[in-house]
Design a binder for this molecule. Structure first.
Ligand code: HEM
Length: 326
């Protein structure tokens, strides 16, 4: 019996080797750190990006079993200020999607550091070292501390991440398969605040209709029961050939109990940002228009960004891919 993988599949799987560590087990703890690059400090920021892998190794290697990782994303405006050569085809500013009270807002953000580990202290320590290294080249605009809640649940009480693609499908969904940016990815981040008073006043049955899955067992509602404007229903997306278009998510809850400010930090990686943007259109505008995602009756996006996640080698050797601004 010939058990060898077909060459195209093998080639596709090898993409992961040149990528940053996008595909990691669901994080137990995260720091989502967003900064802007200060005017005139672009080349300093390029230099500092080259030190990110070393800083990650310095913090992470001492306790390797805690799986510290840091994925770096670069926003469209920052890219044009930091590099003058080749640029990724689909990198653009995050588009504002929706209208009225349901808007996926676009907010400032030049660089994203998606820091993950099984222990929060390691994430925090790496964030400290990163900010020290970048110094006055950047201004932090958002730092969200995400924590794993119970059995992978969001603060709405539902298990989040179940239908993430796995193995080959995850690789194919997340990474640019070929060309000069092979192994690159695009990541969308949004910080959502939840109205938990309103949510908790809603019956469990109605909550399940909002999400499209059972709350306790996490089993998907059957056809005929699941609503097209449930969160799961709104996020079904298909290519022209009928195949499902997917993204790789690693959302985490965050919160401040006394300030009653809490929510979900959404993070979704895709080989083409238009996949995630299309999902957002279906959520915020609806398919058909007006049939918007019911989760938005309880959740408000307060940030929104799109970044290119370059292949791993880019950080230390950007000149092999493009021309760093001098
Ligand atoms: C308010 C913030 C959000 C919360 C609390 C949330 C929570 C959830 C939950 C509980 C599920 C079901 C279990 C699972 O498969 O993971 C789910 C599924 C999903 N979510 Fe979200 N999510 C949020 C935002 C988003 C956004 C902004 C997108 C896309 C842009 C998105 C895309 C998806 C997709 C693709 C699925 C899987 C659908 C399927 O079953 O095929 N989510 N989410």
């Amino acid at each position: 019996m010939n058990t060898a993988l077909p060459p195209q599949k093998l080639e596709a799987l090898l993409v992961e080797d040149v990528a940053q560590l996008v595909l990691a087990p669901p994080a137990k703890a995260s720091v989502f750190l967003t900064v802007t690059v200060n005017p005139g400090k672009e080349s300093e920021a390029v230099e500092a990006l080259g030190d990110v892998p070393g800083l990650k190794r310095g913090v992470g290697f001492r306790v390797p079993e805690n799986d510290l990782s840091c994925v770096v994303g670069i926003g469209s405006d920052a890219w044009d200020r930091m590099y003058t050569g080749a640029r990724p085809d689909q990198l653009h500013p995050f588009p504002v999607i929706g209208s009225g009270s349901r808007v996926a807002v676009a907010t400032p953000g030049d660089l994203l550091f998606h820091i993950r580990a099984t222990r929060f202290d390691m994430c925090f320590s790496l964030a400290q070292h990163l900010l020290e290294r970048f110094g006055d080249a950047v201004t932090p605009v958002d730092e969200t501390h995400g924590f794993r809640s119970w059995d992978e649940r969001d603060l709405l009480g539902f298990v989040d991440g179940t239908e993430n693609p796995e193995r080959f499908e995850a690789v194919a969904s997340a990474f640019i398969p070929q060309g000069p940016w092979r192994g690159g990815s695009y990541v969308v981040t949004q910080k959502y605040l939840h109205d938990l008073d309103k949510w908790n006043a809603t019956s469990v049955e109605e909550q399940e209709n909002v999400i499209g899955r059972s709350k306790l067992s996490d089993i998907e509602q059957p056809d005929g029961v699941q609503r097209s404007n449930s969160h799961v229903g709104a996020n079904q997306l298909f290519a022209e050939d009928g195949s499902q278009l997917q993204i790789v998510r690693d959302n985490l809850p965050f919160g401040n109990a006394s300030a009653k400010e809490f929510g979900t930090y959404f993070i979704g990686y895709a080989n083409d940002p238009r996949v995630t943007e299309h999902m957002l259109e279906q959520m915020f505008i609806g398919k058909p228009e007006g049939n918007y995602d019911l989760i938005l009756d309880f959740s408000t996006a307060v940030t929104g960004n799109l970044y290119f996640v370059p292949p791993a080698d880019f950080l230390e050797n950007p000149e092999e891919f493009t021309t760093p601004a001098s």
